[in-house]
Design a protein around this ligand. Structure first.
Ligand code: ATP
Ligand code: MG
Length: 409
């Protein structure tokens, strides 16, 4: 019995060993399989890595190529443009010179630095290549607009009442601001001079600037429109900015009709540009209300075509007409312009003043110069009456002729 028990025990043990071995064999087999997959996977990864290395190399080469291309593009002739508008992924530019607007894009590092009115350089394919340093550029340009006039009130003939009014409104607030503070009124900021050509508007503005020792910034409306095409509004902003820095300043806007005329509102790009300049001007004029040390003198000989917005009360404190000189005024103007001349005994300036009805200050100056020229031509060392008479005929005769010509053009 015991033997059989032993035999059966051994059988059981053997059986269980066999089972274990079988299980272990299974395990080994599955481990072997797993190893195989891992090996395959490793191979795959290695292949992928290799592939990436190749692509990487390709990209590095591409970057190098683009860098070179970029450098070449930067070296190509560049054009100047101003940013008008910035969108999510586009920039609206206006090109200087031809005044064309177009939409383009910029590399991200440039894109986020752009703001409206930034000046940029663009290449042939109208891509923004770089941002221009504003300060240098604008300074250089506006420096041309600053003058130091040497005209004094004594150089103006006639116009006593007008000179007086201009002095009150422009010079006094600059030289004696405390007077206005004491009384508690806001000092006037700007005046508009209007009158026929050659009557002394520019002359008067220069005299005020000289007399009040203010910085004189001279900008001409027609230059803003024709010379600084596409930059008018920006330039207006710069001029006022500079005026603030160099205060006290008199800003003289000659020929304001070129920017502020109603006739330009015809919807063309050109007129849109002019209007932008004009809007900027109005904004600047309204904007420096609180500062007493910048004054505006504007001049026009076409007040009839000026935009009513400019003439609205509050824009210009005074609108002053500069009239053609009467006989007395003409005498004074003649005295001024013949002051340095050697005049013969027989010359009677009063007679000449009477003879020159309808002549402007500029005409009278031209007459004096012309009389002097005739004297030189005749080899004389002084200017005789007859030379003046000849000069009057020439200058005023020409004027009439010019008037006729104008009718035909
Ligand atoms: N009242 C004046 N007294 C002395 N000179 C004068 C006078 N008016 C004009 N002149 C002479 O004529 C020149 C031209 O005048 P000015 O440039 O001031 O005219 P304006 O009124 O500005 O003309 P425009 O409307 O054409 O700009 C002056 O430089 C000056 O020599
Ligand atoms: Mg003038």
């Amino acid at each position: 019995m015991s033997e059989s028990t032993t035999v059966s025990d051994i059988d059981t043990i053997q059986e269980s060993f066999a089972k274990r071995i079988a299980a272990l064999e299974m395990e080994t087999k599955s481990l072997e399989e797993e190893l195989e997959t891992v090996k395959v996977e490793r191979e795959e990864a290695r292949a992928k890595l290799f592939e990436s290395l190749i692509t990487n190399k390709k990209y590095v080469r591409e970057v190098e190529r683009l860098k070179k291309e970029n450098a070449v593009l930067r070296r190509m002739p560049l054009f100047l443009a101003t940013v008008m508008e910035i969108g999510e992924d586009y920039v609206l530019l206006r090109q200087h010179g031809n005044n064309q607007e177009f939409i383009t894009s910029a590399p991200p590092d440039i894109m986020h630095k752009l703001e409206p009115n930034t000046r940029v350089a663009i290449n042939n394919s109208l891509t923004i290549v770089r941002i221009l340093d504003r300060s240098v550029d604008v300074r250089a340009k506006t420096m041309e607009l600053i003058e130091a006039p040497t005209i004094s009130y004594d150089d103006i003939g006639g116009l006593e009442a007008q000179v007086q009014e201009v002095r009150e409104t422009v010079e006094l607030p600059l030289t004696r601001p405390e007077l206005f503070a004491e009384i508690g009124i806001e000092p006037p900021r700007g005046i508009l001079l209007f009158g026929l050509p050659g009557t002394g508007k520019t002359l008067l503005a220069k005299a005020v600037a000289h007399q009040s020792e203010a910085t004189f910034v001279h900008m001409s409306g027609s230059e803003l429109v024709h010379k600084f095409i596409g930059e008018g509004a920006q330039l207006v902003r710069d001029i006022f900015q500079m005026a603030r820095e160099k205060a006290p300043t008199i800003i003289f806007i000659d020929e304001i009709d070129a920017v502020g005329s109603i006739r330009t509102h015809d919807g063309t790009t050109g007129s849109a540009e002019v209007n932008r300049t004009m809007m900027q001007l109005l904004a600047e004029m309204d904007g420096f209300r609180e500062r007493g040390d910048i004054k505006i003198i504007a001049a026009t000989n076409r007040i009839d075509i000026l935009d009513p917005a400019l003439l609205r009360p509050g824009r210009f404190d005074r609108i002053i007409e500069i009239p053609m000189p009467n006989a007395e005024g003409r005498l004074k103007i003649l005295q001024i312009h013949t002051g340095q001349m050697k005049i013969a005994e027989d010359v009677d300036l009063w007679e000449m003043a009477r003879e020159t009805d309808g002549a402007s200050g500029a005409d009278l100056k031209a007459i004096a110069v012309e009389a002097g020229m005739i004297a030189i031509r005749n080899g004389r060392s002084s200017v005789a009456r007859s030379y003046f008479m000849e000069a009057i005929k020439k200058v005023l005769g020409e004027e009439e002729l010019k008037g006729d010509e104008r009718m035909f053009t």
